[in-house]
Design a protein around this ligand. Sequence first.
Ligand SMILES: Cc1cc2nc3c(=O)[nH]c(=O)nc-3n(C[C@H](O)[C@H](O)[C@H](O)COP(=O)(O)O)c2cc1C
Length: 201
Amino acid sequence: MTKTAAELVLEESVPSAPVRDKSFRQTRPSIVGPEVPESPFPIVLTGAVQRGFGRGGKDLGCPTANLPDESILPMSSVTQTGVYYGYAQVSREKDGEVILAEEDSQVFPMVMSLGWNPFYKNEKLTAEIHIMHDFKKDFYGHEMQAIVLGYIRPELDYVSREALIEDIETDKRVALTSLARPGYEKFREDPLFDATAHPRL
Ligand SMILES: Cc1cc2nc3c(=O)[nH]c(=O)nc-3n(C[C@H](O)[C@H](O)[C@H](O)COP(=O)(O)O)c2cc1C
């Protein structure tokens, strides 16, 4: 059986990942997962957003919000590493002060990378969420709620930055198509999310 991310953390060395080649690119499906989320999904993750190395925004055109180590456990203890999809929301407030605009605090589709980022050879397991929305401000330190609903693909290593960017762009399209099914869309309205922060018009 494939090891969970938490089991891999207990091993001494950083796990190796296959290098993405052309055959993988050609065979990527445009929609993934069953018609409704199946166990272990949905998985709820919450925590204050932390800074990563900042390469997501600068190098990849895909800024990510990192979750604190202890917030990852509900996921890493039951899933393998890889790329996942679901919904996320960032709280408007930080330290009791309203900072984010209402339009930035809605529930948005997200893609998430759980792993060691083999392309960048990280030494620590991270959970990084890219929220599919153009935020007007950064939100480090804000509480984030996420519901993970499905798995897209394993973590891979890449021959070039461009190849990684291309796969992340595909991940985003796959996530949007996969979430646009009634069994997934309904999680936008989950009580986990703060309905007062985003009144539906
Ligand atoms: C949807 C998505 C898929 C990703 N897939 C991979 C991957 O397969 N391999 C990899 O090394 N990194 C992958 N990454 C992680 C990026 O390498 C990571 O977000 C980047 O290093 C930025 O991290 P930083 O902000 O901490 O610098 C993925 C990130 C996202 C958002």
